[in-house]
Write a protein that binds this ligand. Structure first.
Ligand code: CDP
Length: 235
């Protein structure tokens, strides 16, 4: 509990790529007046920096880990909130659109598997959550970043459903891609995220699991707020 405001808690929402956890997390944070942090955007910003600076192999998306680790002190990541929009800043530049491109999706999981990258970002994330009143989504929030979070959710859905959702999102944004390319990326990232040595994607023992394959956006938002209300009233 935050001693200055004992009603504030920490909320960790983890799950598979494109499971809809970011939109659920953002909606919950807005409804209850909490700060929302998209930890995936932070890994994407580091991956973009690596991509721009020639640290990613064109052949197989492997990373020059030594160069990236040496460059970590030069990478500053922040978030800027304008009205309802939250943008990711990489060294002060708004890179919100660029970090969602397929080129970044294809190299982000190898970047996120580097232990030194994880240590740097986890430390930043823990600092952001020091005063509680935060909703953070990602892969290791309930297991590694905030193992003592009062509310933990783990979101899953079939790979086909997730790829279809991500494809619709990308088409809406005018990003050229195909279902096959998106599905291959979702499956490959799941595999790298689940099998890496350092804080792999894993459901925390005390997380509540949600399979939202057959749920509408409204249904999943209501499910999350009901869970939050139950947890708050039990504290
Ligand atoms: O939006 P989507 O669910 O596809 O992914 P994201 O949340 O933007 O995360 C992009 C990638 O960053 C993931 O595939 C992971 O490899 C990595 N990530 C991570 O390792 N740990 C986190 N806490 C968040 C993201």
């Amino acid at each position: 509990m935050n001693p200055n405001n004992p009603s504030l808690i920490t909320i960790a929402i983890d799950g598979y790529s494109s499971s809809g956890k970011s939109s659920m997390a953002r909606h919950l944070a807005k409804t209850i007046g909490y700060r929302y942090i998209d930890s995936g955007a932070m890994y994407r910003a580091v991956a973009l920096h690596a991509l721009r600076n020639g640290m990613i192999s064109h052949a197989d998306n492997s990373v020059d880990a030594d160069r990236l680790i040496a460059a970590l002190p030069e990478i500053a990541i922040d978030f800027e909130v304008t009205g309802d929009t939250q943008s990711t800043l990489l060294n002060g530049e708004n890179v919100e659109t660029e970090i969602r491109a397929m080129a970044v999706s294809q190299c982000v999981s190898p970047v996120a598997a580097i232990p030194q990258v994880r240590h740097a970002l986890v430390a930043m994330q823990q600092k952001m959550g020091e005063s509680k009143g935060i909703v953070m989504d990602g892969r290791d929030i309930g297991t590694t970043v905030f193992p003592d979070a009062e509310m933990k959710v783990f979101v899953r859905a079939s790979a086909q459903t997730r790829a279809q959702r991500r494809l619709s999102e990308m088409i809406e944004k005018g990003i050229a891609t195909t279902f096959e390319e998106v599905l291959a990326n979702v499956v490959s990232r799941d595999h790298i995220d689940e099998t890496r040595e350092e804080s792999p994607l894993r459901c925390a023992d005390d997380a509540v699991v949600l399979d939202n394959s057959f749920m509408s956006v409204e249904e999943q938002n209501k499910w999350l707020i009901d869970l939050y209300n139950r947890i708050i009233s039990s504290l």
